[in-house]
Design a protein around this ligand. Structure first.
Ligand code: FES
Length: 266
């Protein structure tokens, strides 16, 4: 039996949509941004170079943590945990799968993906092209329910990124230093943590499944904090996407020698 807009009982309207506004603009804009990020990240991961600036200890988030023998000298500041990885399977691809899993299963990106990539539907009062609707109960969409586990993975990577950020206070003579790269890395860190902590799963983890808050004052405090961030989750999701690209691009440019880092201290 047909489901969705074709199901019996729904008004059979010949028009594609009765909306006359530019409803397609928002999904188009988000779709272009998502596709750009997917293409950019894929190219950068398989490029397998220009991810480390040894002079100032800048490591791009797309290659963090760099823990294999294949990493360029100095970039494994957390140690070497694995041997060589083949060129067609860079270690950063594994990292990326976890972080892309976190974003791909995120409620905000799900909305964006459904509207902009799968047109399911593209906007309110715009029928979708699919004949059937099965929800998120079957493979592969049922995997979207793994979001909370990807959240735990993202927390670990977030902490590793903070460690990278601390390493970035490295001066030319080996002492303390701050450059534009350090500033960009820390702006990205703030954006990433705002995105991670405003997650809906995070809000449920810190404050969910409680009968009353009065017996759990600490969890109430965390929940209140996360609840303040949560309404801006979509903004943080898109902002952090751009800050990741900006950070990676800046470090790539320094590493490739396209320009020099602007130094603020040393
Ligand atoms: Fe977006 Fe969890 S809902 S990261």
């Amino acid at each position: 039996m047909a489901t969705g807009v074709s199901s019996p009982g729904r008004a059979q309207i010949g028009l594609k949509t009765a909306r006359s506004d530019r409803w397609w603009l928002a999904p188009l804009r988000i779709g272009v941004i998502l596709l750009f990020f997917i293409v950019y990240a894929t190219i950068r991961i398989f490029m397998n170079k220009w991810y480390w600036v040894g002079e100032f200890h800048y490591l791009t988030p797309l290659y963090s943590p760099c823990v294999t023998s294949s990493c360029v000298e100095g970039s494994s500041h957390l140690g070497t945990w694995f041997g060589n990885f083949p060129r067609f399977l860079p270690f950063s691809l594994i990292t990326f799968v976890i972080l892309a899993g976190f974003r791909g299963t995120c409620y905000y990106y799900r909305k964006a993906g459904y509207r902009s990539l799968f047109f399911a539907p593209a906007a309110c009062a715009v029928p979708e092209p699919h004949k059937n609707y099965t929800g998120e109960r079957k493979f592969p969409l049922v995997a979207l329910n793994l979001h909370r586990y990807f959240f735990y993975g993202a927390l670990i990577f977030g902490l590793l990124n903070v460690y990278d950020g601390l390493q970035a206070f490295h001066g030319k003579d080996g002492g303390f230093g701050i450059g534009l790269g350090t500033v960009i890395i820390w702006i990205n860190l703030v954006a990433l943590w705002l995105y991670t902590l405003s997650c809906h799963a995070c809000r449920h983890i810190v404050g969910g499944r409680l009968k009353n808050f009065s017996k759990h004052p600490m969890r109430y405090r965390y929940w209140t904090f996360v609840s303040k961030l949560n309404p801006k989750h979509g903004t943080f999701a898109m902002t952090s996407l751009f800050t990741v690209i900006l950070t990676d691009f800046y470090i790539m440019a320094l590493s490739a020698g396209w320009f020099s880092d602007l130094r603020i201290i040393n």
